[in-house]
Design a protein around this ligand. Structure first.
Ligand code: DC
Length: 224
């Protein structure tokens, strides 16, 4: 395992992937977003019209194939050579991805792909997900667990999607986030939980720049 592996985990809408991308850029490391693979395999299953079962989905992922391609801009999710970084964010994928990510076979396949992607980059990487610090890289040098008030998370999510955070939209987004959190935290395989050696970072009252700086400073202290 490369020495500079940073794990950033946390619930839906905690800002993991935007934070991990900015941290990676400042540390000049690639960013690996594990959620992108869960989303890509869900998208592939929906497009193929197959029943969303673990073994079937993994066979499909291997045959297409689905992979993380290392570009100048970092790792990019691809299905059969086509960049799917936008399509994996669609509402139809978001609606089914928790169900797919609860399947043990799917999790094994994603973990293999993620570890392989990191191995291709010997300087290290910044990874984000739900189980990076607990399962995928339990020996990561720095583990961050991001948390934030659900209303703040909902507002950030709406703004990120270019929607207006009016009270009704915020209330329904809070409900959707909490539903996904409950599902991700109570599933049998690799549930969302904080690693015992993770640093908890509550970003409720932090600006984006502040939360990135806290993580970058900690990383620089560990490997100047
Ligand atoms: O971070 P995200 O919203 O793109 O994640 C999509 C889904 O994948 C979400 O339901 C949780 C799941 N996921 C996971 O179980 N483990 C990971 N390491 C990353 C994502």
């Amino acid at each position: 395992m490369p020495s500079r592996v940073l794990a950033i985990d946390g619930p839906a809408g905690s800002g993991k992937s935007t934070t991990a991308a900015a941290v990676a850029e400042q540390l000049d490391l690639p960013h690996v977003e594990s959620g992108a693979l869960y989303r890509a395999i869900t998208l592939a299953g929906l497009d193929a019209g197959v029943e969303l079962g673990g073994q079937r989905l993994v066979a499909l992922a291997r045959s297409l194939p689905i992979r993380l391609d290392l570009t100048d801009a970092g790792f990019r999710p691809e299905i059969a050579g086509v960049d799917v970084s936008q399509e994996i964010r669609s509402a139809r994928v978001t609606a089914r991805v928790s169900e797919v990510s609860a399947m043990a076979e799917v999790r094994e396949w994603v973990n293999e792909e993620v570890r392989e992607a990191v191995a291709r980059h010997p300087r290290g990487a910044v990874l984000d997900g739900r189980d990076i610090g607990t399962v995928v890289f339990p020996d990561a040098v720095l583990k961050i667990f991001l948390v934030a008030d659900p209303v703040i998370r909902a507002r950030r999510r709406l703004l990120q999607d270019g929607r207006v955070p009016d009270p009704d939209a915020v209330a329904s987004e809070v409900e959707a986030l909490e539903r996904r959190d409950a599902y991700d935290s109570t599933r049998e395989v690799a549930p969302l939980r904080r690693a015992s050696d993770a640093v908890v970072l509550d970003t409720t009252d932090l600006s984006f720049e502040q939360q990135v700086r806290v993580i970058v400073d900690r990383a620089r202290n560990l490997f100047p």
